[in-house]
Design a protein around this ligand. Structure first.
Ligand SMILES: [Fe+2]
Length: 444
């Protein structure tokens, strides 16, 4: 059960420098030339009501798709091993009512061969879409790209075209950068706040606009800005959704497995402990032998935005469960700054087993939050310069290796390694109560 974070080459840069520009304002990595080249694409993005999303499957070899339609015609989807869509196989589409008289169309394609490239096409407003490729990446030593809070529309008045264009350009720039560096990433995780408004189809279309997302499955998370409307659930086709008693309109928690890693996505707007426990328990029961357990949730229980002695209810309610269920890594966003903790267990820094909490900064540059004047003792690395970042996680038999990049210079700002020999705990009501009390004791 021994666990240690080797912190291999710990941070190459530990930036604790406060920006001289006010926080809350945007900060992009692209220049005027990139913005000028991107802006003419806006009209096509704005009018593309049927843009498609790719979501992670329940396991490697499954990819899930979703798109909206409004024309009342039956939606169709086909897949082929050939770029000309010859010998294509038609896959049944599940269609349901979506907000605003739209239909939500969802397709799940399973049984795909690892390492193979496939092509898909679906019915959009003008007939069949152009064939798009995607590759099913190997399960060994796979890489996952981690971002959060693209939050298209956050940088100003969210209905203004100029605001949406600059935020979308920033998100597109990050997608291009991370897939330029990691073209063979298995999928990407977004820890929430994909859009500023949970009702805005325009912001949704802008989020899905980067061309490289036509070939990249994503695991999107419900943030506080995605909460309260059905759009998130209409446009993302998440696997293994677990019914929650206190679920909101956006959706509920879900889980999936890739290689030897179990990924659990929680809806952290829902602070009903029973619901969170239920999602985790169901996921662990489905994959009890997974070597690594990774949680994504929008709010970070150990955000660097908290100084020592400060915390939200998420610390008690979520981290206590993570202790019980041997969660190795928690990925979050919400505070729009990059941070990583020491190994945490029982509400304090651990010298053995525990959980590392990593929080991504803005993926687009639309907004940033400041660090406290004095960092909490659990914060090992923090970066609050107003530049979008992303983190690449590579999962091997021996370790989860993390590398965080700033997108303006491509410099690595943090590098670390998490190793763990086992994740075999089986929590029950008594261990959960004990864990809650132990964490509570450290907080008061
Ligand atoms: Fe946010």
């Amino acid at each position: 059960m021994k666990k240690h974070t080797a912190v291999v080459a710990v941070m190459l840069v530990l930036s604790l420098v406060f920006s001289v520009v006010a926080f809350g304002e945007p900060g992009y990595a692209y220049g005027e030339d990139e913005l000028s080249a991107f802006a003419p694409k806006w009209n096509e993005i704005f009018t593309d009501d049927t843009v498609i999303s790719l979501s992670v499957g329940a396991e490697a070899g499954e990819v899930r798709f979703a798109w909206l339609s409004s024309d009342g015609k039956d939606a169709a989807f086909r897949i082929s091993e050939n770029s000309d869509m010859s010998v294509a196989k038609e896959i049944p589409v599940e269609t349901s009512d979506a907000a605003g008289d739209y239909k939500s169309n969802k397709v799940t394609v399973g049984g795909l061969e690892i390492g193979k490239t496939y092509y898909y096409s679906y019915t959009e407003k003008d007939g069949w879409s152009e064939a798009e490729p995607f590759k099913v990446q190997p399960e060994e030593n796979f890489t996952v790209l981690f971002v959060s809070d693209a939050q298209i529309g956050r940088s100003g008045e969210e209905t203004l075209e100029e605001v949406l264009i600059r935020d979308t350009c920033g998100w597109n720039y990050t997608v291009e950068k991370m897939l330029g560096e990691y073209p063979d990433a298995a999928f990407a995780i977004s820890a929430g706040d994909q859009f500023q408004s949970p009702y805005s189809r325009t912001q949704m279309k802008a989020y899905l606009a980067p061309e490289k997302l036509r070939s990249l499955p994503m695991a999107n998370t419900i943030g506080n800005h995605d909460d309260g409307a059905t759009l998130y659930g209409d446009i993302f086709n998440n696997p293994n959704e677990v019914f929650e008693l206190n679920a909101d309109e956006a959706g509920t928690g879900y889980y999936y497995k890739y290689g030897d890693t179990l990924f659990i996505t929680l809806n952290s707007n829902n602070t009903l402990l029973f619901d969170t426990a239920r999602v985790i328990r169901k996921a662990v029961k489905a994959h009890p032998d997974a070597k690594w357990r990774v949680v994504t949730m929008h709010h970070n229980p150990y955000s660097a935005a908290f100084a020592d002695g400060e915390y939200s209810e998420h610390r008690l309610l979520f981290s206590s469960l993570f202790d019980c269920y041997d969660i190795d890594l928690v990925l979050s966003g919400h505070d729009h700054l990059y941070s990583r903790t020491d190994i945490m267990h029982g509400g304090k820094i651990s010298d053995g087993e525990g959980t590392v909490y990593v929080q991504s900064s803005s993926a687009s540059g639309s907004n940033y939050d400041p660090l406290p004047e004095t960092l909490a003792s659990h914060t090992v690395s923090a970066f609050d310069v107003r530049v979008p970042t992303y983190t690449a996680f590579t999962f091997t038999d021996d370790a989860i290796v993390g590398k965080t990049y700033r997108t303006d210079t491509d410099a690595v700002i943090d590098e670390f390694e998490i190793s763990d020999n086992a994740s075999d705990s089986s929590a029950n009501i008594f261990s959960v109560v004990f864990s809650l009390l132990r964490t509570l004791f450290t907080m008061i």
